[in-house]
Design a protein around this ligand. Structure first.
Ligand SMILES: NC(=O)c1ccc[n+]([C@@H]2O[C@H](COP(=O)([O-])OP(=O)(O)OC[C@H]3O[C@@H](n4cnc5c(N)ncnc54)[C@H](O)[C@@H]3O)[C@@H](O)[C@H]2O)c1
Length: 328
């Protein structure tokens, strides 16, 4: 049996770097063998930087390689269907960047093909693996949260960042926010992560009420959305995302009958003994050492994750450099 998997990536744009670095981190278990991109200059740049032996302008040439086992799809959403279907038909394992497709119809067509290749297609929803999400799942499954009743998931993002001394500004890609290529704006590219987490944690959604608008950005679709979702279990969850923010952030609250979990990480229970036991149990399985950049800079997380020894500690909070005083 092969012990080193051959990896191929289609699309060498912004998100490509994250995948290339992730494969490098897998050491001997994976080797990035091939890249495909229609842009020749981009191909040259990334093959040199990441020592990728084979480069193609047509993704079908990459798919012909027998040594490529896994194909990661990093093209703009409108192209996902074509590449994913071709890769599945070529017998590859496929990891497709979110969203799976830019329309429901395209997603249904992909799923119809994927059913013929069970277990071979997966979509990138990396936030599922954040420690606070893993802890929430564990606490839920151990019955430590009780019946889930309410949730809130949010994401605030900035469209573009201005240039700073010696550092170029960040400009959004030209396909962003276009119905025909991206399938939407803030919902399809930002809130989609929260929608995924919501369903991952709460189960099947049965009713959605939402308002969306284009408040700031000159795009075809929406830059802001606020929604309320009813789940089959009876739970109510609200979620919102905007691209109009001045600082990027994300957060969630999951409220159960016995306890609530929050991101940035905190666990709260009215019953202090239950909280203490639950915290110790969950941190033994998903320790704080696994905490990473999902916790914004400046946020104080107690070293014991909020476990108390005697005196009650406060839940982690935003810490600002100095209090804001409005001018009169
Ligand atoms: N998981 C996340 O958090 C996350 C973050 C950013 C982007 N993404 C997703 O990754 C995907 C790519 O986003 P991006 O920001 O890297 O876009 P990008 O525009 O920076 O890169 C896309 C690349 O695909 C190439 N391309 C276009 N048509 C092609 C074709 N037919 N064959 C091969 N290559 C082709 C382009 O030349 C470009 O280099 C999108 O689906 C996006 O939603 C996910």
């Amino acid at each position: 049996m092969r012990t080193t998997f051959g990896m191929g990536i289609v699309g060498a744009g912004r998100i490509f770097e994250q995948h290339a670095r992730a494969y490098a981190a897998l050491g001997a278990r994976a080797r990035l063998l091939a890249i495909a991109d229609v842009d020749q200059a981009q191909l040259q740049k990334v093959t040199a930087r990441y020592f990728i032996p084979y480069a193609y302008q047509d993704h079908r040439a990459l798919l012909e390689r027998d040594d490529v086992d896994v194909v990661t799809v990093c093209t703009p959403p409108v192209l996902h269907e074509r590449v994913v279907v071709d890769a599945l038909e070529a017998g590859k394992f496929v990891l497709c960047e979110k969203p799976l497709a830019h329309t429901l119809e395209a997603a249904d067509r992909i799923l119809a093909v994927a059913r013929r290749w069970p277990g071979k297609l997966s979509t990138v929803y990396q936030f599922r693996y954040l420690p606070e999400v893993q802890r929430t799942l564990w606490l839920r499954d151990q019955g430590r949260l009780g019946r889930l009743m309410f949730g809130r998931f949010s994401r605030c993002a900035r469209f573009e960042t201005p240039a700073k001394a010696g550092k170029p500004g960040k400009v959004r890609t030209d396909w962003w926010g276009r119905w025909g290529t991206a399938g939407g704006g803030a919902v399809m590219t930002q809130l989609i992560h929260e929608i995924d987490l919501m369903c991952h944690l709460f189960g099947r959604a049965i009713e959605v009420t939402a308002a969306m608008d284009t408040l700031k950005a000159p795009i075809e679709s929406e830059d802001t959305c606020a929604a309320t979702v009813r789940f089959e279990s009876g739970a109510l969850v609200c979620c919102y995302a905007t691209m109009t923010a001045h600082r990027s952030s994300s957060a969630f609250d999951v409220v159960g009958e016995l306890g609530s979990v929050h991101s940035p990480w905190a666990l709260e229970c009215m019953d202090s003994k239950w909280r203490e036991q639950s915290l110790r149990a969950v941190l033994a399985v998903h320790p704080l050492s696994a905490e990473r950049s999902s916790v914004p800079a400046g946020l104080a997380v107690p070293k014991d994750g909020g476990c108390r020894s005697g005196r009650r500690r406060r839940a982690p909070r935003w810490r600002s450099a100095r209090p804001f005083t409005p001018r009169r």
